[in-house]
Design a protein around this ligand. Structure first.
Ligand code: NAP
Ligand code: MG
Length: 402
């Protein structure tokens, strides 16, 4: 059998710990037997980032800008503990944050559904994708805590030194004050990334804010979304039969509990932080959550939503078996290969990605899965597989059908 050929290299971004252990095995056993893999490799393992003063992260992001599509492994975002553990020069910034900022992208998280794991919300039948605006709001705020009464004001000074001033509150006693911001440019990129994602996936877009209360801040989000939709996306949306729905956040949260899913839920930063964890947990397992960074300029970076699974890695280092679920990592690869196939007009590569994903779902639905899923599936698992058995079983199935 001849292997499927690729045209443009895929930007391959490696990471840390347990996911770094699984990465080459996935390539070797599930992909390389069928596809003549063409990748440009960047090692974002913590040691390499430290060695290169994080230059390798910038190089990886630039490579995605050059080629258009990347696949990324989970990486350690160092805190004090990690800096000590790996004797780092400093606590390097989150690589995901750096890449997201360079590509100006939005992250979309989509659960991978299987019929033996039922979502906690009975009406949910299709994936709910959460798109989180990962810029500004409370994540880049200024705060004051006062122990005495006083007047809280918000002041804006423009380039000419002209000031606009608003009283927030005459505080009668001790209290707290917070200032947040966003930019029209970032909100516009967010809106375009969301609409692009919906066109790509052929699903409706839902967006919500609290514009009745926040008549400048939240209303700006609403107006920018509506404006960009009307001017740039209404026609392409109508052409493929998808729609854009706007409402208040509390209304959307209530409606979400009654739908069968199958839409993108575009969320402001805080809403997305909270709701993506709620949606992930309601659908079952973090290890079944895929994730893609979409930039309004047409760059894509695929990854798993989970981290490096540190606890399993320490077990692995001690020579113990782990039951780490590689599904979201494999879906990161198939997502990236499918996108490469679409961009390079390689239908065989797209079909291969579809087959791998279908085979994984069939295998789990037939009862062969890792421990995290066995703990929540019904009917009970036929066999609980360890990390390597899962990949080997999948490889055997693929050999028969690809
Ligand atoms: P994590 O790696 O997502 O793991 C948290 C827990 O979730 C695990 O201990 C495990 O539970 C379960 N889990 C996650 N993925 C699993 C999988 N594939 N199979 C089975 N179980 C899975 O989060 P963390 O332990 O908080 O973070 C570890 C490191 O990852 C940190 O250094 C963090 O900076 C990094 N991180 C990176 C990314 C990214 O690059 N995208 C995202 C998040 C975190 P049990 O232990 O109960 O089995
Ligand atoms: Mg969160």
């Amino acid at each position: 059998m001849s292997k499927i050929q690729m045209k443009t290299p895929l930007v391959e971004i490696d990471g840390d710990e347990m996911t770094r252990v699984l990465w080459p095995i996935i390539k070797e056993k599930l992909l390389a037997p069928f596809v003549e893999l063409k990748t440009e490799y960047y090692d974002l393992g913590i040691k390499k980032r430290d060695e290169t003063d994080d230059q390798v992260t910038l190089d990886a992001a630039n490579a995605i800008k050059k080629y258009g599509v990347g696949v990324k492994n989970a990486t350690i975002t160092p805190n004090q503990e990690r800096a000590k553990e790996y004797s780092l020069k400093k606590q390097w910034k989150s690589p995901n944050g750096t890449i997201r900022a360079m590509l100006d992208g939005t992250v979309f998280r989509k659960p991978i559904l299987v019929n033996n794991i039922k979502p906690a919300v009975k009406s949910w039948k299709k994936p709910i994708v959460v798109g989180r605006h990962a810029y500004g709001d409370v994540y880049k705020n200024a705060e004051i805590k006062t122990l005495v009464p006083g007047k809280a004001e918000i002041v804006f000074t423009d380039a000419q030194g002209r000031q606009t001033r608003e009283t927030i509150m005459e505080l009668p006693g001790p209290g707290i004050i917070q200032g947040i911001h966003n930019t029209n440019a970032s909100i516009s990129s967010f809106a375009r990334s969301c609409f692009e994602y919906c066109l790509d996936q052929k699903i409706d877009c839902w967006f919500a804010t609290k514009d009745t209360i926040s008549k400048q801040y939240d209303q700006t989000f609403k107006l920018i979304f509506e404006d960009i939709f009307k001017n740039e996306y209404q026609q392409p949306f109508e052409k493929i039969g998808i729609s854009f729905f706007y409402s208040l956040i509390d209304d959307v949260v209530a409606k979400m509990m009654k739908t069968e899913g199958g839409m993108l839920w575009a969320c402001k930063n805080y809403d997305g932080d909270v709701m993506s964890d709620l949606v992930a947990s309601a659908f079952g397992s973090l290890a079944m959550m895929s994730s893609v960074l979409v930039s309004p300029h047409g760059y894509y970076e695929y990854e798993a939503a989970h981290g490096t699974v540190q606890r399993h890695y320490y077990k692995h280092l001690k020579g113990e078996k782990t039951s780490t679920n590689s599904v979201a990592l494999i879906f990161a690869w198939t997502g990236a290969l499918r996108k490469r196939g679409e961009l390079d007009a390689l239908p065989q590569l797209c079909a291969f990605s579809d087959k791998v994903e279908k085979t994984i779902i069939e295998m789990i639905e037939e009862g062969y899965m890792t421990g995290d899923l066995a703990a929540i599936c019904n009917p009970p698992a036929k066999r609980v597989l360890d990390s390597m058995q899962f990949i080997d079983t999948l490889a055997q199935r693929l050999e028969k059908i690809v």
